[in-house]
Design a protein around this ligand. Sequence first.
Ligand code: NAP
Length: 319
Amino acid sequence: MARLEDFRIEELEVPQPKDGEVLVLTLYLSVDPYMRSRMNAGKSYVPPFEVNEVITGGVVGEVVESRSPAFQPGDIVMGYLGWQVYQVARSEDLRKVDPKLAPVTTALGVLGMPGLTAYFGLLDIGKPKADETVVVSGAAGAVGMTVCQIAKIKGCRVVGIAGSDDKNEYLEHELWVDKTINYKTEPDIRGALKTACPTGVDIYFDNVGGHISDAVTTLISKQARSVICGQISLYNLEKPDVGPRVQRYLLVKSALMQGFIITDYAARFGEGVNRLGQWFKEGKLKYAENIVEGFENAPRALLGLFLGENLGKQLVKVG
Ligand code: NAP
């Protein structure tokens, strides 16, 4: 587990943009589980953060000064930028966010990276069909709650696993999730899953890994699809986790297990955003946000993801 002492805030002069650059005031920072993985040394699909360097991640900000014809002061933009109150960005690293289409925070959540992760992971790998049973772990988070809703849109039966009764109540009463399991209070997760999925699990959308996923895998049905999206229960481990071997379950059920990284789908982001945006406009796709106020509280918000403090997308309001 990272600690607050692992972070440091520094005060510097506000930088000045050069030609082709803009000065951005951060409005919202996105905090995401993958940031914890970037705090480890070693090769992964994104480079690790460097000690004494500024953390980077998804940011929504406002252009306050522009030396690029592409942006005007007042424009709302999104980019992968620093955890900074003010910063200079190259115009090609930013995209405009239209505040008339949806609240600007959705560019970091349901209509941004987490929404796209849910969309492509479930539809492209999970390939849901009506009446199938979909189990979602991390179900009340930014990705998970979007997966639950897309699965409902596709006519599936959805079972969500999350870490509090309040979260599960939200899933059942606001998002029409059929059954939920609180993995923190349920002593027999496999037994509860078996009751919730009497015909087996056709699709497992895995956000957490570990013992929850071990239990789900024993209940997969013939030709099940396991979508490996995240393994948050393992991100803080210092040694690899040794769990039951899953291959025999896949073998006897002719099942598929596939991991993915959302940037694999970069060429199709436009399609995903359009579809998510349409469902959002039609009132079929809801979202929740947990907004922590104040730039200085960003580290706390990041650590909170590992304590389950967020219902929906975790954000930090800065400007
Ligand atoms: P999130 O679900 O909004 O937040 C993390 C949630 O994980 C927490 O609220 C907590 O909820 C749960 N959690 C924390 N520790 C846990 C543990 N030990 N066991 C079980 N659950 C635990 O985060 P997100 O942004 O939507 O991401 C969800 C997952 O997708 C993460 O694993 C992330 O790394 C992954 N992801 C992958 C991609 C990709 O490209 N493949 C893209 C985005 C995200 P509870 O209260 O339920 O414990």
